[in-house]
Design a protein around this ligand. Sequence first.
Ligand code: ASP
Ligand code: MG
Length: 418
Amino acid sequence: MQVYKFGGASVRSAEGIKNIYRIVSEVKDQLFIVISAMGKTTNALEGVLDNFMKADHQASLDKLAEVETFHKDIITELFERPEIGLAAIEPSFEELRNYVTTGIGDDYDRWYDRLVSYGEIISTLIVSAYLSESGIENVWLDLRSLIVTDSNFREANVRMEESQARLQESADFTKNRIYIGQGFIGANIKGDPTTLGREGSDYSAAVVGNLLNAESVTIWKDVQGVLNADPRLFNDAVHIPELTYLDAVELAYSGAQIIHPKTIKPLENKQIPLYVRPFGSPKEAGSVIKQTIDQPINVPVLIVRKNQVLITVRPRDFSFVLEESLSKAFLVMNKHRLKVAMIQSSAISISVCVDNSRYLAGAIDELGNDFKVTYNDGLELLTIRGITDEIVHKTTEGRVILLTQRTRRSGRFLMKEI
Ligand code: ASP
Ligand code: MG
């Protein structure tokens, strides 16, 4: 069997969903389809949540009504008999309305997962009903009861063993050929919904592929495949047809938006190849990520990670012991879920570059107990693999650089955003 994953951009319009129909109708094999929330629905549901947390029920309901209209418009355009699609999503919106009018917004992370996970529930209900209406029989699964995670709300980790038994039992390919489930979501052992981190649907697809021993996992994207640089930032980006798992992990951690960093491990564990293919031209091969490749990457790779913050800490008492300070500082950063992209230490200080996030303030606050803390925000981290002086010149000329790290093959430049 194979796993196909369609992201938010693929399902943001009726036309996109019709394209999913075309792609899926070509597949004769057993198929598990993983789908994200439609378009910008996750952001919109975050808006619903924020108003709910402020106990502004009316604003929350208003935002929710916008989300509902967006989905209803797509259904009306898409279905031959829209009443089928509308009936499929009605209970979910009813549940959401109920939550935001009667719930008490105590724990942000927990409420986030409870509410925002509906984006994927609703998108999969629509696609499943549409494929059925169009003659592609399929079974919709609620992965909130099949993918078991820990209780690390908003960034939950999948418990593979518990999930395997449940998923294998429900996705029985001797009974049905096509199953549809949600990216991004699961639930802890008590059944409280969880989410796996923003853009986590790729990770879900990899987890499903691992648990069901898929022959391959394919992520359908609105790009040609994996490129050596973001074409919106560098105009001479080229396509990379083959990458190793290791290449992909490096790219993802450096901030390449193409695949979620957690995606590779479940696939590598079972040696399942990952295809990244263009949603708009399904006949093209795209890129493949696997254990060994025939044509190693022979172009420089450039990755920009935006919205970075450089934090520098100095112990308050001058008794700087690097090991001690490092472990203290990292304990705090890990607790506050900071994603560290770069580390530098000196005789009296430690500097780390982290993603800007809503957790930052809490971390800086707590670091302040033991350290004198300073920070710069509005930065971007450029990673260059296959570095040459010419590329460095071209990409960093005239830029304000706060930190550089260079090895023989690669370089990293933390710069002010422009
Ligand atoms: N819908 C989620 C998000 O926008 C997950 C995903 O798209 O992968 O972050
Ligand atoms: Mg998405």
